[in-house]
Ligand binder design. Structure first.
Ligand code: V55
Ligand code: FE
Length: 495
């Protein structure tokens, strides 16, 4: 293809921007709190070239690493492509050579066997190093100061898994990183690698197990005692992939599962607990132990939230009719055959954010994105085709909910959390907000907006931003982001 398709994956906030930029001293409205000293790294899928196929999807786009760097109240901004093998091959050819999302059988023959991952999902900071990740390949190390790509991260050649999740979980107290890779042995391999890296980044454990069916395990959770693998019925099929079809199809009449094992235990100890039929989750907020009870808080939907994963499974449910709720699953592990009991915690939504210190522990509050009941239509774009347009702060223990709603046509991306040095203060949220140039929804032009980084008091989201950092341009939709403090940046392994 010579031009970008005019589908939802390439318009609105999915408009390819393709800019590697360096800007110093962005314009700031308001005052940047002293607590905010460090870097907000963001993963942004953004095609370097028009795709090979008209029906390509946003999840298939090249990874870009974007950084808002805060120092002494000033903000600098940078974007660079992650120089994966795939990016480099296409750069050389000046065109797309890799075909459909997670389907190597649709590639140009010249790139047969070349690593297809685009590292476009989550920036991860662990043991003084920064990685860009996508669940179908290895993490790529990035120099946090220059944003240069160093290369694939194999834990010194020790990691056997071919894949590394975009959602590792880091225990803030021990500094350990718990992670997994599914399709660990390669395309459509049913094995999952469950791994632990110690606080120094050394791989200390890698164990493989087979999942109940070949599902997309996008996220998992840990508690102080357990590693927990929720499994939902969105399934890969090698025959379908070999014939050029979709990697994933949702199966509405299949049950979900939760695999639970002691986090330092053996994979042979995994207990599989059956869950409801047809549901889907991409992100868990958190999980924690309460005696024998295991609580798992999930962004649950009644079917897969991605339209193309529903379509591939023959499911005809329009996006606005996908139901869901922030949901708590509780499992009594003292029982021989426990069942999952379920209770709603809050409105449907996704892209949850938890304070790093609360990972795997009882927690009082978290934040996530949802739809503003008074906000009119959201900005088109993002991985599912419509952006979120409100930010919620929730206290799952008592149901207390606070909202920051955006105006019609706007969109908000996943917040990063910056802890405060002031005792009793919730800290700050950093979130990119896309604002249409015309406030009148009838006159808004998709893709015609400006992107600002809003700084929000994490304990008082309803008050609105305390500062707005203006990029002066429209940025492509982010997936996940990560805050890295000055102290951590100063300890970076790379200078
Ligand atoms: C997700 C995102 C991906 C992907 C699979 O948020 C799942 C879910 C940005 O890439 O490849
Ligand atoms: Fe994710």
């Amino acid at each position: 293809m010579e031009a970008f398709p005019q589908t939802i994956h390439f318009i609105g906030s999915n408009t390819p921007r393709r800019m590697e930029i360096t800007l110093r001293d962005l314009e700031v409205e308001g005052e940047i709190p002293d607590d905010i000293d460090g870097a907000f790294f963001r993963a942004v899928p953004d095609n370097a070239h028009p795709p090979m196929f008209e029906d390509d999807i946003a999840l298939n786009a090249d990874g870009m690493i974007s950084r808002f760097h805060f120092q002494d109240g000033a903000v600098d901004f940078d974007i660079r492509y992650v120089e994966t093998d795939r990016y480099k091959a296409e750069k050389e050819a000046r065109r797309a050579l890799f075909g459909r999302y997670r389907n190597p059988f649709t590639d140009d023959p010249s790139v047969k066997g070349v690593d297809r991952t685009v590292a476009n999902t989550t920036p991860v900071w662990h043991a003084n190093r920064l990685f860009m990740t996508k669940e179908d390949g290895l993490g790529h190390e990035i120099n946090p100061h220059t944003l240069e790509t160093i290369g694939k991260w194999t834990f010194g050649g020790k990691l056997k898994s071919a894949t590394f999740t975009a959602h590792p979980r880091i225990d803030a107290e021990t500094g350990e990183m718990f992670f997994f890779g599914y399709e660990a042995g390669g395309l459509c391999d049913p094995n999952v690698a469950y791994c632990i890296a110690d606080k120094d980044g050394k791989l200390v454990s890698e164990q493989w197990f087979e999942q109940p069916y070949l599902s997309t395990i996008h996220d998992f959770v840990i508690t102080e005692k357990y590693a927990v693998f929720p499994i939902f019925p969105t399934i890969a099929d090698l025959e379908r992939i070999e014939s050029g079809g979709e990697h994933w199809a949702h199966v509405q009449d299949l049950e979900s599962w939760v695999g639970v094992m002691p986090r330092y235990g053996k994979v042979e100890e995994i207990r599989w607990i059956k869950g409801p039929v047809g549901v889907s989750v991409f992100h868990e907020v958190n999980a924690f132990d309460d005696g024998d009870l295991l609580h798992i808080d999930l962004c649950l939907t009644s079917t897969n939230a991605f339209p193309f994963m529903r379509e591939a499974g023959g499911i005809d449910i329009p996006q606005p009719e996908v139901e869901g709720a922030l949901t708590r699953w509780t499992i009594d592990l003292s029982q021989e055959n426990p069942e999952i009991s379920e209770r709603p915690l809050g409105p449907t939504g996704d892209l949850p954010r938890l304070a790093d210190k609360d990972q795997g522990r009882p927690y009082s509050h978290a934040w996530y994105l949802s739809m503003n009941p008074e906000g009119g239509p959201p900005m088109p774009g993002g991985p599912v085709g419509a952006n979120f347009n409100c930010l919620l702060r929730i206290e799952p223990g008592n149901g207390h909910l606070e909202m920051l709603g955006l105006p019609p046509g706007a969109g908000i991306s996943e917040p990063a959390h910056v802890p405060s040095r002031s005792r009793g203060h919730d800290g700050w949220l950093l979130s990119v907000v896309d604002l249409p140039k015309d406030p009148d929804p009838a006159r808004q032009i998709p893709g015609d907006y400006t992107s600002q980084l809003w700084i929000i008091d994490a304990g008082d989201v309803a008050a609105g931003p305390v500062a707005k950092v203006k990029t002066g341009m429209a940025l492509r939709s982010q997936v996940h982001g990560t805050w890295v403090s000055r102290e951590k940046l100063n300890r970076s392994a790379l200078k």
